[in-house]
Design a binder for this molecule. Structure first.
Ligand SMILES: Nc1ncnc2c1ncn2[C@@H]1O[C@H](COP(=O)(O)OP(=O)(O)OP(=O)(O)O)[C@@H](O)[C@H]1O
Length: 248
């Protein structure tokens, strides 16, 4: 049987005296396009940080690609784009090419020079997000949505098998959100990159995802998107602690 890319077993976490995650268990399998949903403060970013090894759980176990997280060596297999990555101002002195190239350090190490094919890899990553024409532009001159595509390219350049995105459409205007998600679907279907995405755009993303996990300190639901659709509005409101718009 294939090993899950992420396998979380009974994970709990608290900051100081605030318990944020209680006994979380779930798996992300190869090829999944998973949306992690939940209200503000429900622990979504915290869970991502634990998966990425940036925070250590109080209890429980995490395996990445079948390996215990603590000894997992292939961090370059996991691309991550954080919530605030596109908060650049127009004075930031780096070109798109430089920003994307910086994503290669995870693969080749900080002190080694990128090889001759680094340029080609940077170009291909930018092509995958439709941003190759902007390669020589200053990152700070781009729109929020364009910057976010560049940060996806930065994550793609080390050829990840799994891409973790924390609210990637924050700062992207409404008309561009659809095409942004379409690009993620293409990466998932054509390049086989497994996607785990925290989002509040539940109505927009719903046609594109395969799985849903619903978190509010505990995992209330994890399964196929089709099964999530059968959950009643009242149940969903109770999980969130307030009324939410159901996705169809
Ligand atoms: N560094 C920290 N120290 C103390 N408490 C924190 C810290 N980071 C987050 N918290 C708290 O932990 C809880 C979960 O926060 P987290 O950022 O994981 O939620 P979230 O689901 O990602 O929220 P949002 O949708 O608003 O981004 C919140 O109550 C938050 O105030």
């Amino acid at each position: 049987m294939q090993k899950p890319l992420i396998d979380i077993q009974n994970v709990s976490f608290q900051y100081d005296y605030t318990q944020v995650l209680k006994n979380i268990s779930f798996r992300v399998e190869e090829g999944d396009f998973l949306a992690l949903l939940g209200p503000n403060g429900s622990g979504k970013s915290t869970l991502l940080k634990i998966i990425l090894g940036l925070l250590k759980p109080m209890s429980g176990e995490i395996k990445l690609f079948g390996e215990p997280s603590a000894t997992f060596k292939h961090r370059e297999w996991i691309g991550y784009v954080s919530q605030k990555s596109n908060a650049f101002n127009s004075g930031f002195p780096a070109t798109v090419q430089e920003v994307v190239k910086s994503g290669l350090t995870k693969k080749i190490g900080l002190w080694k020079r990128p090889g001759r094919d680094a340029k080609e890899k940077v170009y291909q990553a930018l092509q995958a997000v439709g941003m190759e024409k902007f390669i020589h532009r200053n990152i700070g001159e781009l729109s929020g949505g364009q910057q976010q595509r560049v940060f996806i390219a930065r994550a793609l350049v080390s050829e990840p098998k799994l891409l973790i995105l924390d609210e990637p459409t924050v700062g992207i205007d409404h008309e561009n959100v659809q095409s942004f998600y379409d690009m993620l679907v293409t990466l998932n279907r054509e390049q086989g990159i497994t996607m785990m995405l925290v989002t509040h755009d539940v109505d927009i993303v719903s046609d594109r995802i395969s799985h849903v996990a619903c978190l509010n300190q505990t995992i209330h639901f994890h399964g196929y998107k089709g099964d999530f659709d059968t959950i009643s509005q009242n149940t969903l409101d109770a999980w969130y602690g307030h009324a939410v718009r159901k996705i169809h």
